[in-house]
Design a protein around this ligand. Sequence first.
Ligand code: APR
Ligand code: ZN
Ligand code: ZN
Length: 366
Amino acid sequence: MVKAAVLHHYGEPLAIEELDLAAPRFGEVKVKMKAAGLCHSDWHVVQGQLPLPLPLVLGHEGAGIVEEVGEGVTSVQAGDHVVLNWVPSCGRCPYCRLGRPDLCEAAARLTATGTLPDGTTRFSLGGKPVYQFLTAGAFSERTIVPEQAAIPIRRDVPFELAALISCSVMTGVGAVIHAARVRPGSTVAVIGAGGVGFNIIQGAALAGAKQIIAIDIVEEKLTMTKTFGATHTVNAGDEDAVSAVLDLTDGLGVDYAFEAIGRPETMADAYNMTRKAGMTVIVGIAAPHETVEINAFSLPSQAKTLTGVWLGQGNPPVDYPKLLDLYAAGKLKLEPLISAVYALEQINDGFAALKSGQNIRGLIRF
Ligand code: APR
Ligand code: ZN
Ligand code: ZN
């Protein structure tokens, strides 16, 4: 039996349940969770914006220790420290073969089914299956994931910090380094200063951007963005974000604008605050039915690049260890990203704080 936070109905608080957890099958790994972050993607699911089969164990940004491995597992063994990779790529689909494991088709299917690759799940309650979000199901004392989802890491980084690498750091820093390839001396705007937005800001600082404009509606977090490299802040609750960015850039707009909330309106804002021939990068995840309104004439006449990024366009087996090395070298800040630590039983308090925007990252400690 394992204690886990389970979503039974959309829009309702998570329930703490004792679930049965079967043994790892071929190619699977049992992980004893040590820390898991509360990400806005989990919250999108709670609200019913990303429809998935229920009941479901949420959580995908996590770190823990391998407790047991199934047959055929070669890349990790019991005792290894691991970070969960929520896009366990197959290595065989057209996107994996193209060198884009972030867009793996097999992993994308698992996002929709809430299962492991064999189509089943190891969690159950009263004999009925309980699904696992992004193969991870990280809001559980123990979970079983595909081998590709358990990335071995160095042992000298605390689990709470390592957990952040799994989603917010990979997504934010990766958006800057892999997708945008921000050049030194650039101007950058970041809409949304949450777990992901703070990492876009520190990624832009790492890349040598000369001007980094942080945009949010929570003043305390805007103040904190300065310690991550923001040079200017805009409170979108007080002023129009697009006009403010144009004012700060002599009417030009920024070289790169990132959206890290997941709202169509702020996605359009990001596009509208990008200079001609600049780049707009959508990181936030909107509901599948939503559309963004963009002026059609501006597409050819302003020649901007509009793109999006999933998993920071990363390759976790390579990038998670690299990001942890950057932290160890003093080039990435992780401690100040954690605003609050909760016990699993307090997870709904953590989501309430996420909803109100007061935390950079809230974290479950097991
Ligand atoms: N204008 C500016 N900022 C806003 C607005 C707005 N209208 N509405 C919300 N925000 C801010 C919040 O105050 C918060 O700081 O956006 C931030 C969102 O941060 P989090 O809730 O911490 O979300 P995060 O986990 O960082 O994820 C951001 O990226 O990976 C995706 O699914 C994820 O869509 C989500 C996005
Ligand atoms: Zn996430
Ligand atoms: Zn694949």
